[in-house]
Design a protein around this ligand. Sequence first.
Ligand code: ZN
Length: 186
Amino acid sequence: MSILEIRVLGDPILRAETAPVSTITDELRSLARSMFDTMYLAKGIGLAAPQIGRTERMTVVDVDDNPLVLINPEILDASGKPAKAEEGCLSIPDVYGDVERPSNVHVRALGLNGKPFEVEASDLFARCLQHEIDHLHGKLFIDYLSVLKRRSALAKWSKEKDKYPGFVRTLAEDPPRSHEHPDEEL
Ligand code: ZN
């Protein structure tokens, strides 16, 4: 089991565009395993490469016991009534906000075997995929908040961020966290 450090808000890699993966190497397969290990330890349901300091366009998710690696994922179609729900992010610990997103998405990606696949997702699974795919393009959930809500989220973060010197979150040394929110973090 290999646990990776998680980059937190303030690290410029979270704002960078990722590079499409052209070759799926053994190293990338091993990285995907470490990403799952890290995500499960952090009690998350999604983790994208920039969150662990990598630039590959790759993310792992697991909603309802359905672990999935998505390489070069693309949203082909988003539909359904926009739904609002509270989101958190493993890279912005203890900060939450309501985000409105389409409730259904149709996503195409490559699997670790290099074969393309498509997935139709709704509700939490759709939200998780959109949140992670945003990460691959330098976008974070706080970007969707209204000016006032974003200001209050950033004020909360300004108190939290000193717990993560160098914008690095080391899970074994995580400070105690509040549990007043759903533990589904992305
Ligand atoms: Zn996130």
